[in-house]
Design a protein around this ligand. Structure first.
Ligand SMILES: [Fe+2]
Ligand SMILES: [Fe+2]
Length: 437
């Protein structure tokens, strides 16, 4: 017993620290299979047999790693014990939150880590405290999870659509509360953004609205807009499609393309929405405008009025970019979603003709095209990991090249793509494509 116990470790970038932890884990002496590819965590867990996950908080946010682990545990298999290595600041922070995992705070001795891992694995083996471990493991600290906040926002959007169906305006006091909470989270971390980018099985107007609100908030934040304008952009995102509630479901959920007549009906939704908002009186004139104009496009291609450029309300311009990006990155009845990268590429391609370019740039700034630690295939055929982004050219980050074109590991080589003009990124790799080294 024990020889088949596997430890999956997501280790620090820092070579020395990485080595120290790695050795400590091997000393655990349970046939530790130490792997250190954050991108491959899902695949490794899904392959089964992992008993302990050790996650360095500097490599991957523990909550995110933990969620990835939970969602990949094969059916019928017990979830692995989760140990997060955190620095002392984190420990302070975590001390105030309920824990979802075991934590070891720096500075720690290698022997301590070895001993802790042994005892955690002993616990599993003897089943003595499995219940305790599992109970601890499923409690999630609010600070690390955007889930409840996202769910609250979806409830608001759902309720607003229900009111819309009755011909009632949304409760904007509630909208402001939701917007404030979303904003606080958006400036602290990318948890909400990641959630907004998650694929869904089918189109749902409430989650669409929340996602648009999140993207709009990110754009406003990136543009350094005053707090009140940022909150307004988020509020507007939450209710931007309220007019849809006035349309028959046969049009909203139609699987195939719309007839010309149905399309015309569909294109009434900004006007219908603005009419609902108008009930709130002149103090919400800004919102009425934003909603009426969310489908206007800079080149005059939009509807209902075919306004162009500066004629379009500034919040409506933000909503337009956020809305199109949301649509590209999620499922529609007639197609599966594009990756965030492809969705952004499409929005960027529309930049000149359809949008306010500065707003597209703001979105691109917030959505990392190639996030840190993601894997990419280069035009040379080699495969590497993004280790630094390049604000001057998002398409040319710095890569640590790890494999050759036939996936044979090579001596890691650092390559700043802006200094190697003849090599480009061919495509981002999904984490399931990357082997665990
Ligand atoms: Fe819309
Ligand atoms: Fe929309």
């Amino acid at each position: 017993m024990g020889g088949d116990r596997r430890i999956l470790a997501l280790l620090s970038e820092q070579q020395q620290e990485n080595q120290r932890v790695r050795e400590a884990l091997i000393r655990v002496n349970v046939g530790a299979n130490v792997v250190d590819s954050p991108a491959g965590i899902g695949t490794s867990i899904a392959a089964g047999g992992v008993d302990l996950v050790v996650c360095d908080a500097q490599t991957m946010e523990p909550q995110r790693a933990h969620e990835l682990v939970l969602s990949n545990v094969p059916d019928g298999e017990r979830q692995p014990v989760f140990l997060a290595l955190v620095d002392s600041f984190d420990r302070d922070r975590l001390g105030r939150e309920p824990a979802f995992a075991h934590f070891l705070a720096r500075p720690f001795r290698a022997e301590t880590l070895t001993a802790l891992c042994r005892s955690l694995l002993e616990d599993i083996r003897s089943d003595v405290s499995t219940d305790r471990t599992l109970a601890v493991a499923i409690r999630q600290p609010a600070r690390f999870s955007a889930r409840p906040l996202y769910a609250d926002a979806v409830s608001f959007a759902r309720e607003s659509l229900a009111r819309g169906r009755e011909g009632l305006a949304p409760d904007m006091g509630w909208a402001r509360l939701v917007a404030e909470r979303l904003h606080t989270s958006l400036v602290q971390s990318n948890l909400l953004l990641n959630r907004a980018l998650e694929p869904h099985q089918r189109f749902d107007l409430s989650t669409h609205s929340v996602n648009v609100a999140i993207f709009a908030g990110k754009i406003a934040h990136s543009r350094d807009l005053p707090l009140d304008s940022t909150l307004r952009a988020i509020e507007a995102g939450l209710v931007h499609d309220i007019g849809m509630a006035r349309l028959p479901e046969s049009i909203l959920f139609k699987e195939s393309g719309l007839s010309a007549e149905e399309r015309q009906e569909m294109e009434r939704h900004p006007t219908l929405g603005a009419e609902l908002i108008a009930q709130l009186g002149p103090s919400y004139g800004w919102l009425e405008r934003a909603i009426r104009q969310e489908h206007e496009r800079a080149g005059g291609q939009g509807y209902p009025e075919g306004l162009a450029q500066e004629e379009i309300d500034p919040i409506a311009r933000v909503l337009g970019v956020a809305d199109v990006f949301e649509a590209f990155s999620h499922t529609r009845a007639y197609r599966s979603p594009f990756t965030a990268y492809e969705a952004l590429e499409r929005v960027v391609a529309m930049r000149e003709e359809y949008f306010d370019g500065a707003i597209v740039d703001a979105l691109a700034n917030e959505i990392s095209v190639f996030p840190l630690d993601s894997y990419v295939k280069l035009s040379s055929g080699a495969i590497g990991r993004v280790i630094a982004t390049n604000p001057g050219n998002l398409m040319r980050p710095t890569i640590e090249v790890l494999w050759n074109e036939s996936w044979a590991p090579i001596d890691p080589k650092i390559m700043a793509l802006d200094q190697v003009p003849d090599i480009a990124i061919e495509r981002p790799l999904h984490e399931s494509e990357v082997p665990i080294t």
